[in-house]
Design a protein around this ligand. Structure first.
Ligand SMILES: Cc1ncc(COP(=O)(O)O)c(C=O)c1O
Length: 442
């Protein structure tokens, strides 16, 4: 019996989901269509370390996104979960505030000595929206220049009001701005990473009204020499707030923001996801001259005061620092990147490898690359791996996982290479080709 016939509990639950949940899931990147339409196991019954079990009891090893970048210590990490259990036992919410907020703020400022104030949220997008609000409140200006992906909020999607393809090339193509007020058109402008001239062009047109320049300090490519420094210089010279979005880059190159590695400081940095190993938590850290502007606006929410998020973040960050987790992630990521390349070389497949080692990617360099990627996921699932054309490293990925995974990659690449040669990629697929971006589901 093949996996595609025994994982049907997950698939049939997903059909029910689409009747009661518009879009099926709460996160585009967790849609089964993004991986392997009609075949992906969709739901888990248990997850531990790098292993997870689907609703039919099949066990898989995750060498894909590890909770879409959130679970850097691995699933259900004992140290983090014990801290959570203590927080729950104490009562995780009441009418008073939780003291862990202050301990966490002090640690975040200790790790990032340029920062001296912190606000919290519980998700990356809302934390970015808070950073934007603070920047606008501080400067009295409206417009935003940015590159990269920063979430689902109006300020970001407004970019696509001027042209629905403006956000293509910023991680997720095809994002529709339906529901974003037309009046926000002409408030957010995208430029590409390392393309300083594009930023200068935006500044030239809107110089007096740029509240913030927002970038991920690193994602798919190393910064060109001087790029980050030049962005810093421009933000200072036009008196706008420089925001580094560390929601995905944070905690992977060192025990803090990736910007520490590049020695360029923003005015605000934003963390979420990996800062608490996937428990809901986010932090907006910054210099007091900017952060105090939060007081002139209204930024306030009940669930930002509960105690589980801070307890998870404290335990997670402690482990990052004590175990030097980032060096493990870099090492493991490099092994995977080298493994992809040598498996491809062995069978003559054309692939391009990119990303910092802890957030590694590859692409199949063929016209039907998306169909080939789908076939790769299908082949790897048959071999009990959750896999796609990316690998987000975790501390729970050990040598034995890497060896077993690369063996399965080699076998899958041979099958794929043969299928390309015989023009049978689509014939081998047992379902539709995976989606590459945002689409309406039926
Ligand atoms: C750089 C970056 N910013 C913001 C977000 C949004 O975070 P969340 O999904 O927690 O809202 C993400 C999510 O992938 C991200 O990678």
């Amino acid at each position: 019996m093949t996996k595609s016939t025994i994982t049907n509990k997950g698939q049939s639950l997903y059909q029910r989901a689409k009747q009661v949940i518009p879009g099926g899931t709460q996160l585009l990147s967790k849609r089964p269509e993004m991986f392997l339409p009609d075949q992906w196991p969709c739901y888990y019954s248990k997850a531990k370390g790098v292993d997870l079990w689907d609703l039919d009891g099949n066990k898989y090893t995750d060498l894909s996104y590890m909770g879409i970048g959130a679970c850097v210590l691995g699933y259900a990490d004992d140290d983090v979960d014990n801290a959570i259990k203590e927080a729950i036992a104490k009562g995780s919410v009441c009418t008073l505030n939780c003291p862990e907020d202050i301990e966490l703020a002090e640690i975040l400022c200790d790790i990032h000595p340029w920062a001296n104030m912190v606000r919290y949220a519980r998700g990356g997008s809302e934390a970015m929206a808070i950073a934007v609000r603070i920047a606008r409140a501080k400067t009295g200006k409206d417009k935003i220049a940015f590159c990269g992906y920063h979430g689902w909020h109006d300020w970001y999607l407004a970019t696509n009001l001027q042209g629905k393809d403006n956000l293509n090339g910023h991680l997720l193509p095809g994002l529709e701005p339906a529901g974003v007020p037309q009046s926000l058109g002409n408030t957010s402008f995208a430029f590409h990473y390392n393309e300083i001239e594009e930023l200068k062009e935006i500044i030239k047109k809107h110089e007096n009204n740029i509240a913030a320049i927002i970038i991920e300090p690193i994602r798919n490519y190393e910064p060109l020499p001087g790029f980050l420094e030049e962005v810093r210089k421009i933000a200072t010279s036009i008196k706008s707030v420089l925001i580094f979005d560390e929601v995905s880059s944070g905690w992977r190159l060192n025990s803090g923001g990736a910007h520490l590695t590049y020695n360029v400081n923003p005015d605000i940095a934003v963390f979420a996801k990996a800062m608490s190993n996937g428990y809901p938590m986010a932090a907006i850290i910054g210099i007091s001259g900017v952060m105090q502007a939060a007081q002139s606006s209204f930024i306030s929410s009940t669930c930002w005061t509960e105690g589980i998020g801070p307890a998870a973040a404290l335990a997670t960050i402690k482990k990052y620092r004590e175990c030097n987790v980032a060096s493990h992630l870099i090492e493991v990521g490099k092994l995977i990147q080298q493994g992809w390349q040598s498996a491809a070389n062995d069978c003559g497949l054309k692939v391009s490898i990119s990303g910092i080692p802890p957030l590694a990617h590859f692409s199949f360099d063929y016209e039907n690359g998306q169909a080939i990627k789908t076939l790769f996921t299908q082949e790897m699932l048959q071999r009990d791996f959750l896999a796609t054309n990316a690998f987000y490293a975790s501390y729970a990925h050990k040598e034995e996982h890497i060896i077993a995974y690369l063996k399965a990659v080699s076998k899958s690449f041979v099958i794929i290479s043969q299928a390309i040669g015989e023009n049978t990629v689509n014939k081998l697929l047992k379902g539709p080709v995976a989606h590459s971006g945002f689409y309406r589901l039926t």
